[in-house]
Write a protein that binds this ligand. Sequence first.
Ligand SMILES: [Zn+2]
Length: 391
Amino acid sequence: MAKLFSNIGQLVVGTSPDTGELELIENAALVVDAGVVAWVGSSANAPAADEFVDVAGRTVIPGFVDSHAHLVFAGDRAAEFEARMSGVSYSAGGIKTTVAATRAASDHELRTGLRARVQEMHRSGITTFETKSGYGLNVADEARSVALAAEVTEEVTFLGAHVVPAEFADRREDYVSLIAGEMLAAAAPHSKWIDVFCDRGAFDADEADEILRAGVRAGLRPRIHANQLEAGAGIELAVKHDCASADHCTHLTDRDIELLAGSNTVATLLPGAEFSTRAEYPDARRLFAAGAKVALATDCNPGSSFTTSMAFCLAVAVRDMHFTPSQALAAATAGGAAALRRIDVGGLRVGQRANLVVLNSPSFVHLMYRPGVDLVDATYIDGNPVYEREK
Ligand SMILES: [Zn+2]
């Protein structure tokens, strides 16, 4: 059953995460067969099909690939946000509030919250997303977090190394051993990735190195939270381990940028985190000038970036991180895919999955040009709608 999307005003076929260049077709059509893109071209040359979707001159872009999110949690930290915005600075310790609420929540509560956030992501045009554990911080609750995450995505990350929980404050080496041992063994069957928060107030370079090595030995692939709070050893570690992605990259030395540019590790920037903690934004021009691969992700989490809106992240990235609109779109599609080492998503070239978003605008630039306006009319995964705006 071939499905033809016709009368597309502007079609973004593909993007490049290291240059930010876009391949665009005006007055385009796209054919989906068996869930993948079977044909793209001018509307005038569109082949016959069994089903039709008239896009009525609107824009079609590849579904966003959100390579960094923390969706499995309970509780609310609006009070912390309010305090911070009233002049109290952010530290990693706020995570402990969410850990207490997550441990206390039933499976049903966690699953309900998780599914609601996945729906929000579909409404925002996200068609592939990664999600992490990291609010359980004991064997049972980390294992349950990754098991719940695996119900909604194949991109599940074990992040027992988010922070050292209060009960291990005086014996952090025991917590690192627990992560690398029993906790990893319990989480690995449901996980694809191992992650560690390598930063001030979280885990140091030696601890992070030990945890990543243990994860890789258990068959997981490495990624890392690096250089959010300071320019530490995170990037060096990321490149040494061939991490798919180094995430945050708020503080980068020239040497860090050189290392990233010479590697297969994607620099994933998280504008929502700087926005919500009123921190200084990194300058994406340094990364693009060096030739590094760049991704943008929501970092959706209850403490420091509680948004599922990729369009919001794009607008902030363009305004405050100096992405061009093309670079921002590339970073949130092909960039996110590269940060998950995926080539089947993040673009609409023939053979890629038909994950696409219909925007109520004549151009993708409206995503940044009209900040705060919901432009997503419909989101499709494998050619089937997962969200359609009510008429
Ligand atoms: Zn994160």
